[in-house]
Design a protein around this ligand. Structure first.
Ligand SMILES: [Zn+2]
Ligand SMILES: [Zn+2]
Length: 292
């Protein structure tokens, strides 16, 4: 807690300064107004998420320590090779958790909050869902712990991963040459946050693009295809509560309207945009229609 308190004293002024610098560059470079209301909404969503995390941390940690006793190996994370393995493991499981966050609606209900901003600014990085605990967070944490990485080490490496991702949420940082294909950059992450059919469900990596390349989800930003940020159905509300529960409301509405058990199941656990008539708005549907 001590560290958290002092950390916040240092981090908050830095984030505020970086955010203001971006607003200045944004309006000069784009000749458009900076999205202040949306940025304030992101702060609101982020602050509640941070408070929620503080309140649930002890319970989540107790659950993960319980998982730890069933581990298959024990990796010493005080060695260089242990830390290197931890980096790769967290990157790998982050990739899959993030990918399922886009492919499974129950997980998307939480992750879609992060994608709901219609402009990409640094502050969009802290627009994070409040319901991770019921939306598959255990799928991210349990596998590396079972492989022998201590819960504290996994938490620490995931924090590094998320901290890294702050700077990649921006429209004002240009493409950066050869590192685009290796590291996660602002350009790669713009693609990830874009709703253009060609860009949907790509670039899931945290710090690197390695697993996107291996599993075929890498997509470079194309000069002829400017990013349209936000959700397929843009969310215009700047009310943090509406932002946090928008997809959950839609999910349960679809479940209750479903005619049979299969449709109920698919409305909750199928891909986002699934529809019983096969003519919905999944990424596959949208790509097919764009190609027609
Ligand atoms: Zn995402
Ligand atoms: Zn993001």
């Amino acid at each position: 807690m001590e560290f958290g308190g002092y950390g916040a004293l240092v981090v908050i002024p830095i984030l505020a300064a970086v955010g203001l610098a971006e607003a200045f560059v944004f309006s000069r470079q784009r000749h458009q107004a900076f999205p202040w209301e949306e940025s304030l909404a992101s702060i609101g969503v982020g602050v509640v998420q941070a408070i929620k995390n503080t309140l649930t941390r002890a319970t989540v940690f107790a659950a993960l320590l319980w998982v730890w006793q069933f581990r298959f190996f024990t990796v010493p994370t005080d060695t260089w090779w242990g830390i290197a393995l931890l980096f790769v493991a967290v990157e790998f499981f982050y990739y899959w958790h993030h990918r399922w966050g886009h492919e499974i609606r129950w997980l998307w209900a939480t992750h879609s909050v992060h994608h709901s901003a219609n402009r990409l600014t640094f502050l969009a990085a802290i627009r994070l869902g409040w319901t991770g605990e019921i939306s598959g967070a255990i799928l991210m944490f349990a596998p590396p712990i079972l492989l022998g990485f201590h819960p504290v080490a996994v938490f620490a490496m995931l924090s590094v991963n998320l901290l890294y991702q702050f700077w990649i949420h921006s429209e004002v940082i240009p493409r950066l040459g050869w590192i685009e294909g290796i590291l996660n950059t602002a350009s790669n992450h713009r693609v990830h946050h874009a709703a253009n059919p060609i860009y949907l469900d790509t670039n899931y990596g945290g710090i690197t693009m390695i697993f996107d390349r291996i599993f075929g989800t890498y997509q470079a930003e194309l000069p002829q295809e400017p990013c349209r940020f936000g959700l397929v159905h843009p969310l215009t509300s700047n009310n943090p509560i509406r932002i946090a529960f928008n997809e959950w409301i839609a999910l349960f509405r679809d479940v209750f309207r479903s005619r049979d058990a299969r449709a109920r199941f698919m409305s909750a656990f199928g891909p986002p945009g699934w529809s019983a008539d096969g003519n919905g708005q999944t990424t596959a549907d949208l790509r097919r229609r764009a190609a027609e």
